[in-house]
Write a protein of this length. Structure first.
Length: 576
């Protein structure tokens, strides 16, 4: 692509590279070895969530180099920078998980500030772990400069005693070990074998769910989000993304041209169809919020309700992301949804073509059973459903992928805990009864603060063989690896006086994933009386980043966002 195609007078980088007044700025670029030609070209931010915290992120810096080569080959000037990542697998089960959801906002904010401060014209964002994917996509639509998303890729499955395993098996093994069903030696062997390569957790947990979203929403190149991290083809995808972002600059195709209401509906469909993480119902409203589109938990749940569940993926199914990629990838999943009238095919994507045009040459693969045809699903309803009732006026979410019809209704007495640690201690000591509904509260966005995931507790229950014998509800979140009747995002949260904070031990709770009901057998008058006696719970987080987060964060219903969003915007960054 000829650099003369680009009119820099209309790009943000003119503020730091054009005219006599910018001679001091250009002197810095020369100090870094840039040429006059490179300074005259569009500046492309290559944002990576690389760190050494976990395998999800470890390959991102290498992949960023391939992106930069692609940008340079198409007459652009790449400028690499990194942002943070909090990796959920490491943060899980202790106070560190309070940092996880808050990191999504820090990622989006830090990418925005870097782009604004240096006036970059476009963005290629690479992300690996759970919150870094939506955080990067939020930054893209907030800035609204031409952007392409790149997923670092999934991990390869491990092998334990001749069977494929993922980190989910290790979490559940902790429960088995606690009741004497697994030896010290086997637990050690499993932990050493479960994660054999770089990449994000391999099943349809949150990272792979949001990677599937990235392709369906149109911000990622087709097939790019399915290729595992160790595969050499990842470099080709990264190089192509670098080339393509220059095409987007030339054609002025921006994220908000791509992320429309229809595109968000497409994204919700693939979450449901793939049996994806309940966290999709938190991140999609947050991405929509950046565009100024009203697409809350109820809107997401409405899409979930009418989307068939067709991908037999762990944790509810048999396969992992690598398996889906090798039989046709995310485009195969999308193709059958499109062919049977579910996806909106007219949505624009970063290829410069529509979803339907991208999928036109995709042929159905009859030689596989990872993805079912959309007219012959695993179940007619999506793998994730929304709930509402007097216990959750602002809604709640539950993942039902892999559950049998008789497991979709549960009634039992409440067993209340005001933090995850107390619930985990109870489970570890097996101090609960069959039929109990464990209630973990004050773990919402404000109350946590940070809306922790509860995988350690839910996995321990499954490891003890009790995953289908009790239920669990929380105003916090669940990992994409969670299975069983585990309801999260209950709103309003306890910290703001929500009904979940008014429940007492022994109250009878009714859960029905068929009708979408979450209720407690208490009258409105009784709940009102309890609310009068309720007082806000004190927090240990009275300064620092988590205090700051708690002051501004909204409800899970709207995506737990921290600023007014696109609807309040007067001028977006791309138009400065």
């Amino acid at each position: 692509m000829d650099a003369r195609v680009f009119d820099k007078s209309k790009l943000p980088s003119r503020h730091v590279s054009v005219g006599p007044a910018r001679a001091p700025h250009r002197s810095y670029y020369y100090a870094m070895g840039m040429t006059a030609k490179q300074i005259a070209q569009p500046f492309v931010g290559v944002a990576s969530c690389w760190n050494e915290a976990a395998p999800c992120n470890i390959s991102l810096m290498r992949q960023a180099q391939a992106v930069k080569k692609g940008v340079a080959s198409a007459s652009g000037t790449p400028r690499e920078f990194c942002t943070i990542t909090v990796t959920d697998g490491i943060a899980m089960g202790h106070q560190g998980m309070k940092s996880s959801l808050a990191s999504r906002e820090v990622i989006a904010d830090s990418v925005e500030l870097t782009m604004r401060g240096h006036c970059y014209d476009a963005l290629v964002g690479l992300a690996g772990c759970d919150k870094s994917l939506p955080g990067m996509m939020m930054a893209m639509v907030r800035l609204n400069v031409p952007s392409i998303f790149i997923y670092g890729g999934s991990i390869l499955p491990g092998t334990f005693k001749g069977k494929p395993v993922t980190v989910q098996d290790v979490f559940e093994a902790v429960g088995k070990h606690s009741v004497g069903a697994m030896s010290d030696e086997d637990l050690k062997e499993l932990e050493e074998a479960a994660c054999p390569s770089a990449g994000s957790c391999g099943a349809q947990f949150t990272a792979n769910t949001m990677a599937t979203v990235a392709e369906a929403i149109g911000l990622a190149l087709p097939y790019s989000c399915g290729a595992p991290a160790p595969y050499d083809v990842r470099d080709a995808f990264c190089y192509t993304a670098g080339e393509m972002v220059m095409e987007l600059i030339a054609r002025n195709i921006r994220p908000r041209d791509i992320v429309t209401r229809k595109a968000l509906e497409n994204a919700a469909m693939v979450v449901a169809a793939s049996g994806g993480s309940t966290n999709g119902a938190l991140h999609l409203p947050a991405i929509a919020h950046e565009c100024g589109i009203d697409f809350d938990l109820f809107a997401v749940a409405e899409i979930f309700k009418k989307t068939p569940y067709i991908a037999d993926l762990k944790p509810g199914g048999k396969y992992v992301a690598k398996d889906m990629f090798e039989v046709g990838g995310i485009p195969l999943l999308m193709k059958t949804l499109l062919d049977h009238g579910f996806l909106h095919g007219d949505c624009m994507t970063v290829t410069g073509r529509t979803i339907a045009e991208n999928l036109a040459s995709v042929k159905w693969n009859d030689e596989q059973d990872v993805i079912r045809p959309a007219n012959k699903p695993l179940s007619d309803n999506g793998g994730v459903v929304g709930l509402v009732g007097n216990l959750a006026p602002e809604g709640a979410i539950v993942k039902i992928a892999g559950m049998t019809p008789e497991q979709l209704v549960f009634t039992g007495p409440a067993r209340c805990f005001d933090c995850e640690e107390d619930a985990f201690a109870c489970v570890s000591k097996r101090e609960y009864e069959v039929g109990d509904v464990l209630v973990i509260r004050y773990e919402g966005p404000k109350g946590g603060p940070g809306m922790r995931e509860m995988l350690s507790t839910t996995a321990a229950l499954y490891g003890q063989g009790m995953g289908d014998k009790v239920a669990l509800i929380t105003d916090g979140r669940f990992s994409g690896a969670t299975r069983g009747f585990c309801v999260g995002h209950v709103g309003p949260e306890a910290a703001v006086g929500g009904p979940i904070g008014l429940i007492r031990d022994g109250d009878i709770i009714e859960l029905d994933a068929i009708t979408g009901k979450l209720a407690v057998r208490l009258s409105d008058a009784e709940l009102e009386e309890r609310l009068k006696a309720w007082t806000p719970r004190k927090t240990d987080y009275t300064s620092g980043a988590l205090w700051k987060y708690a002051q501004t964060v909204g409800s899970a219903k709207g995506g737990a966002v921290t600023h007014p969003g696109g609807a309040a915007e007067i001028q977006c960054y791309a138009d400065i």
